[in-house]
Every structure is written in C-alpha cells, then in structure tokens.
Design a protein around this ligand. Structure first.
Ligand code: 8YV
Length: 323
C-alpha cells in the first residue's frame, strides 16, 4: 500500500525543474498569480502543507492564511522581502531561501557592472556598432577602477565575495552594516554617511525590506562627491531612486550601475534617458546554471522537510522547532 502523497503548491511562474522535482514526491498544485491562488478550492487549500514560491509573487499574510495546514514556504532567491516572515514565525511556518548557490554568480555580476559603469562598456559598444570608431577613437573614460575605494553597503555572503574580487583587483574595501560582520577584517562604519564621505564608490548588497528602505538617501549620495559611483544588486527599495536620479542628472555623482529598481519591471524614463547609467533587468543570478541550482534548492528544502529531515536552508527568523 503506498502512502498518500502530500499536497504542495507551486506559486508564481512554474518552472519545469521545480514541478518535475516536486511531482515525484508530492501532489503539485500550481498557481501563477494571485488570481489563480484565489481560485484554489477550500478543500484543496486545506490539504496544502508546503509552498514553493518565487520572488514574482508574495507570500504575505493573506496568502499564507489560505492554507491552515501550511508547514513550510520554500522561497526562491536569497532575498525574501516578498515573504511575511513575522506571520510565518507566529504561525510556526518555516521559511527557506536559496543562499550560497548564487553567491559567486552575483558577485561576478557586481564587479562586471561596476567596471561596465566606470569604463562605459555599453556606450562604447554602441559607438562601435554605429560605425563611429571608423571616424575617431572612443573618448577616454573619466571613470576608472584605479584609485577608488569601495564602500560596501552590506557585508553578508555576497558582499564578502564581492570584496574578495575587489581586493584581488587592488581596490581597498570598507563596509557599512548595522553590526560588524563576523570574521571580516575590513573597516566597519556603523554610520553610512560617514562611510560615503570616506569613499567614492558604493556597492549595495544588503537585504531589502523595511529596515533598509531608502538608506541610500540624498545625504549619502551627496557625501560620495562628484567621483561618486553607485552599484546596486540588492533591492531597488534600498536607494531613494528619485534622489539618485536628481544626483545623476545634476552631475553630483559620476554614474550608477543598477540591476534592481524600486518598481520592477518598470524603470523610470528619467533613468533610461541618462547617459551615465548602466541598467540591467535584475539579472544578478540569472544564468542557467545558477538558476537551476536555486530551483533545485527550492525543491530540496521541501523534500527534506517532508522526509522528516530539517530543511537545508531555513532563514534565521523562522527557526525550525520540529513538527
Ligand atoms: C532573483 C534575487 O533574481 O536571490 C535574490 O534575492 O534577487 C535574485 O536572485 C530573484 O529572486 C528573482 O525573483
């Protein structure tokens, strides 16, 4: 006699790796959007014990409340600002994310984006393609990685991987975070404005959410000075986007490389019109190999939990207390 399969929900755009990985062990229900979620019958909702969710939809209170037997939310991405972790904690729901498997990939993109911004790769590429090189050489770039000091906003796993790359490139690195990071020898600035005064480059790689909303504000941006460059691979919410646009327009800083925006996928026209920005459509972790590893971890967290093992990567806010 085979035991009845546990019901789980794949919420958000469903990916083959996830649905295939789950369907061998679970009965999988899919909901792409909030509308699909609302169409799940109470009888099915009553049976769902696990949810796989991606960053395109939110696992908020209203969503989790639909599933009275929910034990675990397995979230795609290292950031989980789309999950109501306080509600999950209060209702004994474990939340997992997908750290580590994307660390080096995102750090590669951070360094690439910084150099592309400083050395104007995108503009130079356009210059070549439009035939201008045959008439004259591309102008020398004012920006260069040489002689810079980088202030990391956030020094978690990805921040440290970026710092390693910068230091290998002979760029001094300091950082701001609420508390000093364990085992990190770089100078720590508890005050972000003070750090911005001491550096000319900010690399933003701190979790999103209320605690970091608009911490990179006009005062911080101005403190960087006219050589200032800001790279953001964290969340758009961390930067005051309007203040950044104003500073870029007025030449108060040199440029910005942005992979994330306040209201994705909508990017302000003002930002797109600027010549001193490099804008990426949130692709920090978006290679096949890394996204597959993230998807696999989403699956494995659910499989582990429902095999009676602890989840692999629970977030600190929802410690595993057992069943
Ligand atoms: C993903 C990310 O692009 O891991 C994160 O926190 O921002 C990215 O890796 C995002 O989760 C897509 O929804």
């Amino acid at each position: 006699m085979s035991a009845e399969k546990i019901d789980v929900l794949a919420y958000g755009q469903s990916k083959k790796l996830v649905t295939d990985g789950l369907s061998s062990m679970f009965t999988v229900h899919a909901a792409e959007s909030r509308g699909d979620l609302d169409r799940i019958s109470p009888a099915i909702a009553e049976r769902i014990k696990g949810v796989a969710v991606n960053g395109l939809v939110s696992a908020d209170k209203a969503m989790m409340e639909k599933f009275p037997k929910l034990e675990i939310v397995s979230s795609f991405g290292v950031g989980y600002d789309h999950v109501d972790t306080a509600f999950a904690r209060d209702h004994n729901i474990i939340v997992t994310n997908t750290p580590d498997v994307l660390t080096e990939e995102v750090a590669d993109v951070a360094l690439g984006l910084l150099i592309a911004t400083l050395r104007e790769f995108i503009k130079a590429d356009r210059y070549l393609r439009s035939g201008q090189w045959t008439k004259s050489n591309y102008p020398l770039t004012v920006g260069s990685l040489r002689g810079r000091t980088v202030g990391m906003v956030g020094m978690g796993r990805i921040g440290q991987a970026i710092a390693r790359r910068l230091e290998a490139s002979l760029v001094p690195v300091v950082y701001h975070s609420r508390r000093p990071a364990e085992g990190v020898a770089n100078k720590h600035y508890p005050n972000l404005v003070e750090m911005a005064k001491a550096v000319d480059t900010l690399v933003v790689i701190t979790p999103g959410g209320a605690a970091t909303a608009k911490i990179v504000n006009a005062e911080v941006i101005d403190a960087l000075g006219p050589r200032g460059v800001i790279v953001n691979l964290a969340r758009g919410s961390v930067i005051d986007e309007q203040a950044l646009i104003a500073a870029l327009k007025d030449g108060k800083i040199l440029g910005a490389g942005l992979d994330v925006f306040a209201n994705e996928p909508n990017v302000p026209d003002e930002l797109k019109a600027l010549q001193n920005t490099v804008l990426l459509p949130h692709v920090g972790s978006a290679s096949v190999v890394t996204r597959d590893a993230m998807d696999q971890l989403v699956v494995d967290n659910l499989r582990h939990w429902f095999s009676g093992k602890p989840p692999i990567t629970p977030i600190p806010e929802t410690p595993v207390k057992g069943r």
